[in-house]
Design a protein around this ligand. Structure first.
Ligand code: PMP
Ligand code: GLN
Length: 384
Protein backbone atom coordinates (compact mmCIF):
# COMPACT_ATOMS: atom_id res chain seq x y z
CA UNK A 1 0.00 0.00 0.00
CA UNK A 2 1.17 3.54 -0.69
CA UNK A 3 0.93 5.90 2.19
CA UNK A 4 1.89 9.48 2.87
CA UNK A 5 4.63 10.12 5.40
CA UNK A 6 2.57 11.59 8.22
CA UNK A 7 4.66 10.87 11.25
CA UNK A 8 8.00 11.52 12.76
CA UNK A 9 8.41 8.47 15.02
CA UNK A 10 8.40 9.21 18.74
CA UNK A 11 10.48 6.07 19.28
CA UNK A 12 12.75 5.95 16.23
CA UNK A 13 15.21 3.45 17.66
CA UNK A 14 12.74 0.96 19.07
CA UNK A 15 11.99 -2.27 17.23
CA UNK A 16 10.11 -5.36 18.40
CA UNK A 17 11.16 -6.49 21.90
CA UNK A 18 13.78 -9.20 22.16
CA UNK A 19 11.28 -11.39 24.05
CA UNK A 20 8.93 -11.52 21.07
CA UNK A 21 11.81 -11.91 18.61
CA UNK A 22 13.42 -14.84 20.46
CA UNK A 23 10.16 -16.61 21.31
CA UNK A 24 9.17 -16.49 17.63
CA UNK A 25 12.59 -17.72 16.54
CA UNK A 26 12.30 -20.57 19.07
CA UNK A 27 8.86 -21.51 17.71
CA UNK A 28 10.00 -21.27 14.08
CA UNK A 29 12.94 -23.60 14.76
CA UNK A 30 11.17 -25.82 17.30
CA UNK A 31 13.85 -24.91 19.82
CA UNK A 32 13.54 -25.27 23.57
CA UNK A 33 12.50 -21.80 24.62
CA UNK A 34 14.44 -20.55 27.65
CA UNK A 35 14.36 -16.99 26.27
CA UNK A 36 11.22 -15.05 27.22
CA UNK A 37 10.51 -15.39 30.94
CA UNK A 38 7.41 -17.52 31.49
CA UNK A 39 6.71 -20.93 33.07
CA UNK A 40 6.04 -23.91 30.81
CA UNK A 41 3.94 -25.55 33.54
CA UNK A 42 0.36 -24.77 34.46
CA UNK A 43 -0.69 -22.37 37.17
CA UNK A 44 -2.50 -23.72 40.23
CA UNK A 45 -5.72 -25.63 39.40
CA UNK A 46 -7.51 -24.13 42.37
CA UNK A 47 -6.75 -20.63 41.08
CA UNK A 48 -8.09 -21.56 37.65
CA UNK A 49 -11.28 -22.92 39.25
CA UNK A 50 -11.70 -19.75 41.27
CA UNK A 51 -11.45 -17.59 38.13
CA UNK A 52 -13.82 -19.91 36.33
CA UNK A 53 -16.35 -19.84 39.18
CA UNK A 54 -16.24 -16.06 39.43
CA UNK A 55 -16.82 -15.79 35.68
CA UNK A 56 -19.71 -18.27 35.78
CA UNK A 57 -21.33 -16.53 38.71
CA UNK A 58 -21.50 -13.31 36.71
CA UNK A 59 -18.53 -11.23 37.78
CA UNK A 60 -17.72 -10.09 34.28
CA UNK A 61 -18.29 -6.36 34.24
CA UNK A 62 -15.93 -3.50 35.06
CA UNK A 63 -14.11 -3.69 38.34
CA UNK A 64 -13.78 -0.48 40.37
CA UNK A 65 -11.20 1.83 38.78
CA UNK A 66 -8.58 1.24 41.50
CA UNK A 67 -9.31 -2.49 41.72
CA UNK A 68 -11.45 -4.74 43.86
CA UNK A 69 -11.35 -3.53 47.44
CA UNK A 70 -11.09 -7.10 48.80
CA UNK A 71 -7.92 -7.65 46.78
CA UNK A 72 -6.46 -4.29 47.80
CA UNK A 73 -7.15 -5.10 51.46
CA UNK A 74 -5.33 -8.37 51.32
CA UNK A 75 -2.37 -6.75 49.53
CA UNK A 76 -2.28 -4.09 52.20
CA UNK A 77 -2.12 -6.79 54.87
CA UNK A 78 0.58 -8.72 52.96
CA UNK A 79 2.73 -5.61 52.60
CA UNK A 80 2.39 -4.84 56.28
CA UNK A 81 3.16 -8.38 57.43
CA UNK A 82 6.13 -8.85 55.10
CA UNK A 83 7.66 -5.39 54.99
CA UNK A 84 6.24 -3.58 58.01
CA UNK A 85 4.64 -0.75 56.02
CA UNK A 86 0.98 0.22 56.23
CA UNK A 87 -0.71 1.22 52.97
CA UNK A 88 -4.34 2.33 52.94
CA UNK A 89 -6.21 -0.02 50.58
CA UNK A 90 -8.66 2.78 49.76
CA UNK A 91 -6.16 5.35 48.57
CA UNK A 92 -2.70 3.78 48.31
CA UNK A 93 -3.07 0.55 46.31
CA UNK A 94 -4.15 0.15 42.69
CA UNK A 95 -4.61 -3.07 40.70
CA UNK A 96 -3.17 -2.80 37.20
CA UNK A 97 -3.14 -4.77 33.96
CA UNK A 98 0.32 -6.13 34.72
CA UNK A 99 3.49 -4.51 35.96
CA UNK A 100 4.30 -3.04 32.55
CA UNK A 101 1.16 -0.92 32.70
CA UNK A 102 1.92 0.10 36.27
CA UNK A 103 5.44 1.18 35.31
CA UNK A 104 4.21 3.19 32.32
CA UNK A 105 1.49 4.77 34.45
CA UNK A 106 3.88 5.85 37.22
CA UNK A 107 6.32 7.32 34.71
CA UNK A 108 3.57 9.14 32.80
CA UNK A 109 2.17 10.52 36.05
CA UNK A 110 5.47 12.04 37.15
CA UNK A 111 7.85 12.68 34.26
CA UNK A 112 7.79 15.93 32.31
CA UNK A 113 9.80 17.27 29.41
CA UNK A 114 13.46 17.53 30.40
CA UNK A 115 13.24 15.45 33.59
CA UNK A 116 16.08 13.01 34.10
CA UNK A 117 15.49 9.42 35.18
CA UNK A 118 18.34 7.25 36.42
CA UNK A 119 18.15 3.68 35.16
CA UNK A 120 20.66 0.90 35.89
CA UNK A 121 21.95 -1.20 33.02
CA UNK A 122 21.50 -3.92 31.99
CA UNK A 123 17.88 -2.73 32.32
CA UNK A 124 14.53 -4.34 31.69
CA UNK A 125 13.32 -3.00 28.38
CA UNK A 126 10.09 -1.17 29.22
CA UNK A 127 11.58 1.68 31.27
CA UNK A 128 13.35 3.79 28.64
CA UNK A 129 10.55 3.94 26.03
CA UNK A 130 8.08 5.05 28.71
CA UNK A 131 10.48 7.77 29.84
CA UNK A 132 11.07 8.93 26.24
CA UNK A 133 7.35 9.03 25.39
CA UNK A 134 6.82 11.35 28.32
CA UNK A 135 9.62 13.73 27.36
CA UNK A 136 12.10 12.51 29.95
CA UNK A 137 15.76 11.74 29.50
CA UNK A 138 17.15 8.37 30.59
CA UNK A 139 20.44 8.61 32.44
CA UNK A 140 22.13 5.24 32.18
CA UNK A 141 24.31 3.97 35.00
CA UNK A 142 26.09 0.65 34.81
CA UNK A 143 25.72 -2.17 37.32
CA UNK A 144 29.24 -3.19 38.29
CA UNK A 145 30.88 -6.49 37.42
CA UNK A 146 31.16 -9.18 38.62
CA UNK A 147 28.03 -9.17 40.79
CA UNK A 148 26.02 -6.44 39.05
CA UNK A 149 26.00 -4.15 42.07
CA UNK A 150 25.36 -0.42 42.20
CA UNK A 151 28.21 2.07 42.72
CA UNK A 152 26.39 4.62 44.86
CA UNK A 153 29.26 7.14 44.72
CA UNK A 154 28.82 7.29 40.96
CA UNK A 155 25.06 7.67 41.34
CA UNK A 156 25.60 10.54 43.76
CA UNK A 157 27.67 12.35 41.13
CA UNK A 158 24.96 11.98 38.49
CA UNK A 159 22.17 13.43 40.63
CA UNK A 160 21.40 17.06 39.81
CA UNK A 161 18.39 19.40 39.86
CA UNK A 162 16.96 17.73 36.73
CA UNK A 163 16.93 14.28 38.38
CA UNK A 164 13.26 13.47 38.97
CA UNK A 165 13.25 9.72 39.27
CA UNK A 166 15.38 6.67 39.99
CA UNK A 167 14.18 3.26 38.84
CA UNK A 168 15.42 0.24 40.76
CA UNK A 169 14.62 -3.42 40.23
CA UNK A 170 15.27 -6.10 42.83
CA UNK A 171 15.51 -9.08 42.36
CA UNK A 172 16.92 -7.95 39.06
CA UNK A 173 15.98 -8.94 35.55
CA UNK A 174 18.09 -9.89 33.59
CA UNK A 175 21.00 -10.50 35.99
CA UNK A 176 19.43 -12.23 39.00
CA UNK A 177 21.26 -9.87 41.39
CA UNK A 178 19.48 -8.53 44.47
CA UNK A 179 19.86 -5.28 46.39
CA UNK A 180 20.94 -5.49 50.03
CA UNK A 181 19.74 -3.44 52.97
CA UNK A 182 23.03 -1.49 52.68
CA UNK A 183 22.05 -0.57 49.12
CA UNK A 184 18.74 0.73 50.38
CA UNK A 185 20.41 2.74 53.13
CA UNK A 186 22.79 4.29 50.58
CA UNK A 187 19.84 5.18 48.36
CA UNK A 188 18.05 6.71 51.34
CA UNK A 189 21.02 8.95 52.03
CA UNK A 190 21.19 10.08 48.41
CA UNK A 191 17.58 11.06 48.00
CA UNK A 192 16.82 12.45 51.45
CA UNK A 193 15.88 16.12 51.10
CA UNK A 194 15.47 15.95 47.30
CA UNK A 195 12.23 15.73 45.32
CA UNK A 196 13.30 12.52 43.59
CA UNK A 197 10.62 9.86 43.15
CA UNK A 198 11.46 6.15 43.02
CA UNK A 199 9.95 3.36 41.02
CA UNK A 200 10.83 0.09 42.68
CA UNK A 201 10.15 -2.76 40.30
CA UNK A 202 9.65 -5.70 42.66
CA UNK A 203 7.89 -8.15 40.35
CA UNK A 204 10.21 -10.93 41.57
CA UNK A 205 9.72 -10.06 45.28
CA UNK A 206 8.92 -13.68 46.15
CA UNK A 207 11.57 -15.30 43.95
CA UNK A 208 14.69 -14.89 46.06
CA UNK A 209 17.14 -17.60 47.07
CA UNK A 210 19.54 -18.95 49.68
CA UNK A 211 17.74 -17.44 52.69
CA UNK A 212 18.14 -13.88 51.47
CA UNK A 213 15.45 -11.45 52.51
CA UNK A 214 13.78 -9.32 49.83
CA UNK A 215 14.60 -5.69 50.50
CA UNK A 216 11.42 -3.97 49.47
CA UNK A 217 11.63 -0.18 49.61
CA UNK A 218 8.54 -0.53 51.80
CA UNK A 219 10.90 -1.54 54.63
CA UNK A 220 12.65 1.86 54.47
CA UNK A 221 10.34 4.71 55.49
CA UNK A 222 12.38 7.46 53.80
CA UNK A 223 12.25 5.51 50.55
CA UNK A 224 8.66 4.34 50.95
CA UNK A 225 7.36 7.91 51.27
CA UNK A 226 8.51 8.66 47.71
CA UNK A 227 8.18 5.27 46.01
CA UNK A 228 5.85 3.51 43.62
CA UNK A 229 6.29 -0.19 44.41
CA UNK A 230 5.24 -2.40 41.55
CA UNK A 231 4.57 -6.13 41.54
CA UNK A 232 3.06 -8.70 39.19
CA UNK A 233 0.77 -11.65 39.85
CA UNK A 234 1.97 -13.07 36.54
CA UNK A 235 5.33 -13.90 38.14
CA UNK A 236 4.01 -14.94 41.53
CA UNK A 237 1.24 -17.26 40.35
CA UNK A 238 2.73 -18.67 37.13
CA UNK A 239 0.21 -16.83 34.98
CA UNK A 240 2.14 -14.28 32.92
CA UNK A 241 -0.61 -14.30 30.29
CA UNK A 242 -3.18 -12.92 32.70
CA UNK A 243 -1.43 -9.55 32.75
CA UNK A 244 -2.37 -8.47 36.23
CA UNK A 245 -0.28 -6.66 38.80
CA UNK A 246 -0.43 -3.83 41.28
CA UNK A 247 1.16 -0.67 42.53
CA UNK A 248 1.41 0.60 46.09
CA UNK A 249 2.46 4.16 46.86
CA UNK A 250 1.74 6.91 49.36
CA UNK A 251 -1.55 8.72 48.80
CA UNK A 252 -0.15 11.83 47.11
CA UNK A 253 1.71 9.73 44.53
CA UNK A 254 -1.17 7.29 44.10
CA UNK A 255 -3.61 10.13 43.43
CA UNK A 256 -1.52 11.17 40.42
CA UNK A 257 -1.04 7.54 39.38
CA UNK A 258 -4.79 6.95 39.26
CA UNK A 259 -5.36 10.06 37.14
CA UNK A 260 -3.35 8.31 34.42
CA UNK A 261 -4.49 4.76 35.18
CA UNK A 262 -8.18 5.60 34.73
CA UNK A 263 -7.61 6.81 31.17
CA UNK A 264 -5.02 4.26 30.17
CA UNK A 265 -7.00 1.14 31.12
CA UNK A 266 -9.64 2.35 33.61
CA UNK A 267 -9.63 -0.97 35.49
CA UNK A 268 -8.13 -4.46 35.40
CA UNK A 269 -9.84 -7.79 34.71
CA UNK A 270 -12.66 -8.44 37.23
CA UNK A 271 -12.98 -12.24 37.73
CA UNK A 272 -9.22 -12.66 38.15
CA UNK A 273 -9.22 -10.00 40.87
CA UNK A 274 -11.92 -11.88 42.80
CA UNK A 275 -9.99 -15.12 42.42
CA UNK A 276 -6.70 -13.57 43.53
CA UNK A 277 -8.31 -12.06 46.61
CA UNK A 278 -9.28 -15.59 47.69
CA UNK A 279 -6.06 -17.26 46.60
CA UNK A 280 -3.81 -14.78 48.41
CA UNK A 281 -5.41 -15.80 51.72
CA UNK A 282 -3.28 -18.94 51.61
CA UNK A 283 0.07 -17.34 52.28
CA UNK A 284 2.02 -20.41 51.23
CA UNK A 285 0.91 -19.72 47.68
CA UNK A 286 3.53 -16.95 47.57
CA UNK A 287 5.76 -17.65 50.57
CA UNK A 288 6.93 -20.98 49.12
CA UNK A 289 7.81 -19.54 45.73
CA UNK A 290 11.46 -18.83 46.54
CA UNK A 291 12.10 -22.44 47.57
CA UNK A 292 10.19 -23.70 44.53
CA UNK A 293 12.35 -21.75 42.10
CA UNK A 294 15.57 -22.29 44.05
CA UNK A 295 15.06 -25.99 43.44
CA UNK A 296 14.66 -25.32 39.72
CA UNK A 297 17.74 -23.11 39.66
CA UNK A 298 19.78 -25.79 41.41
CA UNK A 299 18.43 -28.53 39.17
CA UNK A 300 19.42 -26.53 36.09
CA UNK A 301 22.88 -25.66 37.47
CA UNK A 302 23.57 -29.29 38.37
CA UNK A 303 22.38 -30.49 34.99
CA UNK A 304 24.77 -28.17 33.10
CA UNK A 305 27.81 -28.71 35.32
CA UNK A 306 29.73 -30.43 32.53
CA UNK A 307 29.06 -27.64 30.03
CA UNK A 308 31.71 -25.09 29.02
CA UNK A 309 29.47 -22.15 29.91
CA UNK A 310 30.56 -20.15 32.91
CA UNK A 311 27.89 -19.57 35.52
CA UNK A 312 27.09 -16.10 36.91
CA UNK A 313 25.32 -16.75 40.25
CA UNK A 314 21.59 -15.98 40.39
CA UNK A 315 20.30 -14.74 43.77
CA UNK A 316 16.71 -14.21 42.65
CA UNK A 317 14.27 -14.09 39.65
CA UNK A 318 13.90 -17.14 37.42
CA UNK A 319 16.86 -16.33 35.23
CA UNK A 320 20.36 -17.75 35.04
CA UNK A 321 23.14 -15.92 33.22
CA UNK A 322 25.77 -17.95 31.41
CA UNK A 323 29.00 -16.55 29.99
CA UNK A 324 30.37 -18.15 26.81
CA UNK A 325 33.59 -16.16 26.41
CA UNK A 326 35.70 -19.34 26.46
CA UNK A 327 33.59 -20.85 23.73
CA UNK A 328 33.04 -18.30 20.97
CA UNK A 329 34.02 -14.81 19.85
CA UNK A 330 30.61 -14.17 18.35
CA UNK A 331 28.41 -11.25 19.36
CA UNK A 332 25.83 -12.36 21.91
CA UNK A 333 22.93 -11.52 19.58
CA UNK A 334 24.45 -13.64 16.79
CA UNK A 335 25.32 -16.42 19.19
CA UNK A 336 21.81 -16.53 20.69
CA UNK A 337 20.34 -16.78 17.19
CA UNK A 338 22.79 -19.50 16.16
CA UNK A 339 22.12 -21.55 19.31
CA UNK A 340 18.41 -21.38 18.53
CA UNK A 341 18.74 -22.33 14.88
CA UNK A 342 21.58 -24.85 15.03
CA UNK A 343 21.32 -26.35 18.51
CA UNK A 344 17.62 -25.87 19.24
CA UNK A 345 17.89 -23.78 22.40
CA UNK A 346 16.72 -20.19 22.71
CA UNK A 347 18.03 -17.63 25.23
CA UNK A 348 18.21 -13.85 25.55
CA UNK A 349 21.41 -11.97 24.70
CA UNK A 350 22.21 -9.48 27.46
CA UNK A 351 23.58 -6.71 25.22
CA UNK A 352 20.01 -5.77 24.28
CA UNK A 353 19.52 -4.48 27.83
CA UNK A 354 22.29 -1.88 27.34
CA UNK A 355 21.59 1.31 25.35
CA UNK A 356 25.07 1.00 23.85
CA UNK A 357 24.64 -2.76 23.21
CA UNK A 358 27.55 -3.54 25.55
CA UNK A 359 28.46 -7.13 24.84
CA UNK A 360 30.04 -9.19 27.62
CA UNK A 361 29.20 -12.47 25.87
CA UNK A 362 26.50 -13.37 28.33
CA UNK A 363 23.15 -15.06 27.65
CA UNK A 364 20.08 -15.27 29.91
CA UNK A 365 18.28 -18.58 30.36
CA UNK A 366 14.84 -18.85 32.01
CA UNK A 367 14.59 -21.81 34.37
CA UNK A 368 10.85 -21.47 35.10
CA UNK A 369 10.41 -24.78 33.34
CA UNK A 370 9.45 -28.39 34.02
CA UNK A 371 12.37 -30.62 35.00
CA UNK A 372 12.09 -32.49 31.73
CA UNK A 373 12.48 -29.23 29.79
CA UNK A 374 15.49 -28.24 31.90
CA UNK A 375 16.96 -31.69 31.40
CA UNK A 376 16.61 -31.49 27.61
CA UNK A 377 18.02 -27.95 27.62
CA UNK A 378 20.98 -29.10 29.73
CA UNK A 379 21.76 -31.96 27.35
CA UNK A 380 22.02 -29.43 24.52
CA UNK A 381 24.07 -26.95 26.55
CA UNK A 382 26.47 -29.70 27.63
CA UNK A 383 27.06 -30.58 23.97
CA UNK A 384 27.90 -27.05 22.79
N1 PMP B 1 9.48 -5.76 35.33
C1 PMP B 1 10.31 -6.79 35.20
C2 PMP B 1 11.66 -6.69 35.80
C3 PMP B 1 9.91 -7.92 34.50
O1 PMP B 1 10.74 -8.94 34.36
C4 PMP B 1 8.61 -7.95 33.94
C5 PMP B 1 8.11 -9.09 33.12
N2 PMP B 1 8.56 -10.21 33.32
C6 PMP B 1 7.78 -6.86 34.12
C7 PMP B 1 8.25 -5.78 34.80
C8 PMP B 1 6.41 -6.84 33.53
O2 PMP B 1 5.50 -7.63 34.19
P1 PMP B 1 4.03 -7.89 33.63
O3 PMP B 1 4.12 -9.09 32.76
O4 PMP B 1 3.17 -8.08 34.83
O5 PMP B 1 3.64 -6.68 32.83
N1 GLN C 1 9.59 -10.16 31.62
C1 GLN C 1 9.74 -11.22 30.70
C2 GLN C 1 11.22 -11.49 30.50
O1 GLN C 1 12.03 -10.79 31.02
C3 GLN C 1 9.16 -10.93 29.36
C4 GLN C 1 7.97 -10.09 29.29
C5 GLN C 1 7.63 -9.73 27.90
O2 GLN C 1 7.77 -10.53 26.99
N2 GLN C 1 7.25 -8.52 27.72
O3 GLN C 1 11.56 -12.39 29.79
Amino acid sequence: MNYPNLINSKLPNIGTTIFTVMSKLAADHKAINLSQGFPDFSCNEELISLVNNYMKSGNNQYAPMAGLIGLREILSEKTEVLYGAKYDPESEITITSGATQAIYTAIAAIIREGDEVIVFEPAYDCYQPAIALNGGKTIYMQLQAPDYSIDWEKVKKRINHHTKMIIINTPHNPTGSVMSSDDMIMLEKLIKGTDIVIISDEVYEHIIFDNRQHQSVARFPILAERSFIISSFGKTFHATGWKIGYCVAPKNLMTEFRKVHQFLVFSANTPIQFALADFLKQKNNYLELGAFYQQKRDYFIRAINTSRFELIPSAGTYFQLLNYKNMSMEKDTDYAIRLTKEFGIASIPISVFYHGQEDNQVLRFCFAKKEETLEKAAQILNRI
